[in-house]
Design a protein around this ligand. Structure first.
Ligand SMILES: NC(=O)c1ccc[n+]([C@@H]2O[C@H](COP(=O)([O-])OP(=O)(O)OC[C@H]3O[C@@H](n4cnc5c(N)ncnc54)[C@H](OP(=O)(O)O)[C@@H]3O)[C@@H](O)[C@H]2O)c1
Length: 333
């Protein structure tokens, strides 16, 4: 293989543990020796990418490093019989962008077992409006549907509603006929949340119990929580008999202080969501749902498209909770 150079965001660690981000040249020889070389057309910015880009060792241990847990692109070379040059593909999760160079570079090399073919009904661009955030939102909605919660059973609560996972959760749930209550720290984004289909919008303060009671009035048939901490604890105490709460994130806090009462007196289910190691057959099913009956009408409305040079400031913004919707990064014209 010719050793071609390409551009990437490279995060490096100085001897005094400061993390620097710059757009630099990388070459094919810097990529790991996996079977499939992919030209990255689009990536997207997730909260986890920002953690990796700022040196969070729980996400990325070895630097210099190129983050980017999401890729939609075209196979350039393949030693695997499953993929050929020209195939349009999606790669998200596993070690991409955390342990090995990710989608904030114009090329990646990955094992064939991590790759999902782009499903009919989605473009490369659309697949990255979803990205890991959309995939995680869909996994969370899937849990609610599988649990048997139907639109007529009551309201669904979504936290972090203007964020990546939250906004797509609101959209998919409304698309499926559920009545959604959205929690947001951005009251000025009420028009956006209404366009996505939220019927009620409440503040983070209203969503946080301060009474210390072990059970609160039953309100939610289901909850998609993306933030953790007190908002998650309050949601669990307010979930109706037999309801389900999904938990995928920790932007507010990794802590969860609760009691056994919602579980033993109301039969509430707390369901963890992990997208990174979701098995490939489930992964394919979720992507095909996102391309068909769960494909949301207003998908492009969620996208803010940037290039590599604009990534730096967006990384700071997502860490401050200031991003709304999905930031899609274009790497090839
Ligand atoms: N388990 C998995 O496989 C998986 C996959 C994807 C993401 N995640 C996790 O899910 C979480 C959300 O990811 P994302 O990509 O959607 O992030 P994001 O785009 O940054 O959205 C997070 C949203 O949470 C709200 N928020 C921010 N700081 C908050 C705080 N201190 N208290 C309460 N709410 C706050 C904000 O929405 P409002 O202003 O509207 O409140 C923000 O837009 C992250 O923790 C991420 O690591 C996990």
């Amino acid at each position: 293989m010719t050793d071609i150079q390409f551009q990437a965001l490279v995060v490096s660690e100085t001897p005094d543990n400061v993390f620097k981000r710059e757009i630099a040249k990388r070459s094919f020889s810097d990529l790991p020796d996996f079977d499939v070389l992919i030209a990255v057309h689009f990536s997207s910015l997730n909260y986890k990418d920002a953690l990796s880009a700022t040196g969070n060792k729980a996400v990325t241990r070895r630097f210099p490093h190129t983050p980017g847990i999401d890729v939609a692109g075209i196979v350039t070379e393949s030693r695997s019989e499953d993929f050929r040059s020209g195939d349009k593909v999606i790669v998200t999760s596993y070690d991409l962008g955390t342990k090995i160079p990710g989608g904030f570079g114009q090329y990646i090399k990955v094992p064939a077992a991590w790759i999902v073919r782009l499903p009919e009904g989605l473009t490369l661009f659309e697949s990255m409006i979803f990205g890991t955030a959309g995939f995680t939102a869909a996994q969370s909605v899937w849990k609610i549907v599988e649990h048997g919660v139907k639109p007529e059973d009551g309201k669904i609560l979504v936290s972090g509603a203007t964020g990546g996972v939250g906004s797509i959760s609101v959209s998919i749930l409304s698309h499926l006929g559920y009545e959604v209550t959205a929690i947001t720290g951005k009251p000025h984004e009420q028009p956006l949340l209404e366009k996505l289909g939220a019927k009620n919008i409440i503040s983070r303060k209203e969503a946080t119990d301060t009474t210390g009671r072990l059970l609160l009035r039953e309100k939610w048939a289901g909850v998609i929580d993306t933030v953790g901490g007190d908002i998650l604890a309050t949601a669990i105490k307010s979930t109706r008999y037999g309801g389900i709460v999904t938990c995928c994130g920790n932007v507010a806090s990794p802590d969860l202080i609760t009691s056994v009462y919602p579980f033993i007196l109301r039969g509430v289910t707390l369901s963890g969501i992990d997208s990174a190691n979701c098995p490939l057959p489930v992964r394919r099913t979720i992507w095909s749902k996102l391309a068909t009956d769960w494909k949301i009408d207003n998908l492009e409305m969620l996208a803010n498209v940037i290039n590599l040079d604009q990534l730096n400031s967006e990384i700071d913004k997502i860490l401050e909770g200031k991003v709304k919707g999905r930031t899609v990064v274009q790497l090839h014209p």
